[in-house]
Ligand binder design. Structure first.
Ligand code: MN
Length: 289
């Protein structure tokens, strides 16, 4: 299994120096996957990424949340078309980096909406993602739609609601991306949603209730990891943590990162890698008895 870390644990900038730092520190902490934020694919320095990965190889995945001008769940055709272009551009970059997973809030703007999603907006989002899923399949990249809380999207906020959306979308190359931080806000428990997803779970984010050190908040990780074992989940698991210690101007505002949860990301990352692997080791024995 790929056990990974979000790039923002290490750096807010992805020039060659930032990439070197994120790649090196992920590997040193014990991770086998680096998830990069691809909020602006047009500005992404592919050459820098390739040079950096040639020095120290690690598997890459990417995530993004749509911005206002690329919200494919909107009703403005220009906005929707711009969102589709952004997703398609990201896919080509990921293909160049041999990435197998493209995840996050691909389906919606990452923001606190002031009104519910409209039927037209939902349909726009589904139609775009159906085409993106097809292109992704040609490139060997699987999509995961992240289930985030009500303050970050209005399209769906629970695993079951995401599954209904996927039923409408109807493409096998799109799965659910669950994040324990968001589940802790919206779901009734951390067990049932995983079982509901079953083999449609394509990606996992592990985050604490305050997005700091794992085990220092209120997330019921024991139930979550048991459920992963019961469905036989073999996909990636990536650690997410955000602090004002490392700032991405764009993403930090969308995610409301206002306080300092840690200063030493080396220690934080190594701890998260151990935490995730220890939980997986423990639940792997469930099948034995
Ligand atoms: Mn997440």
């Amino acid at each position: 299994m790929l056990i990974g870390c979000h790039g923002l644990v290490w750096t807010g900038t992805f020039d060659e120096q930032g990439f070197d730092l994120a790649v090196g520190k992920s590997i040193d902490a014990g991770f086998t996957l680096l998830e990069i934020p691809l909020l602006d694919p047009d500005a992404f320095d592919l050459g820098a990424a390739k040079r950096s990965l040639a020095k120290r190889p690690i598997a890459i995945s990417a995530s993004l949340g749509q911005s206002e001008d690329t919200d494919i769940s909107g009703e403005d055709p220009d906005q929707v078309a711009a969102g589709e272009r952004k997703l398609m551009t990201a896919l080509e970059i990921l293909s160049e980096l041999d990435a197998e997973y493209f995840v996050g809030v691909l389906h919606s703007q990452l923001t606190k909406y002031q009104a519910p999603a409209t039927a037209r907006g939902r349909q726009n989002s589904i139609e775009v993602l159906r085409r993106v899923a097809e292109r992704a399949q040609q490139l060997g990249i699987r999509l995961g739609l992240e289930v985030v809380n009500r303050y970050e999207t209005n399209l769906f906020n629970t695993a079951r609601a995401a599954l209904s959306y996927l039923d409408e979308l109807g493409h096998p190359n799109v799965g659910v991306h669950l994040d324990t931080y968001h589940m802790n806000i919206e779901e009734s428990d951390l067990f049932g949603p995983v079982l509901a997803c079953g083999d449609r779970l394509s990606y996992v984010h592990i985050g604490e209730s305050h997005r700091g050190y794992l085990g220092s908040g209120t997330v019921d990780f024991d139930s979550f990891f048991r459920a992963l074992a019961l469905i036989g989940y073999q996909g990636p698991i990536a650690f997410e943590s955000f602090s004002t210690a490392v700032v991405s101007p764009q993403l930090s505002r969308s995610l409301a990162v206002w306080r300092n949860l840690w200063r030493d990301s080396d220690d934080l990352g190594a701890h998260a890698n151990r935490f995730i692997r220890d939980k997986l080791d423990a639940v792997a024995t469930i099948a034995l008895h």
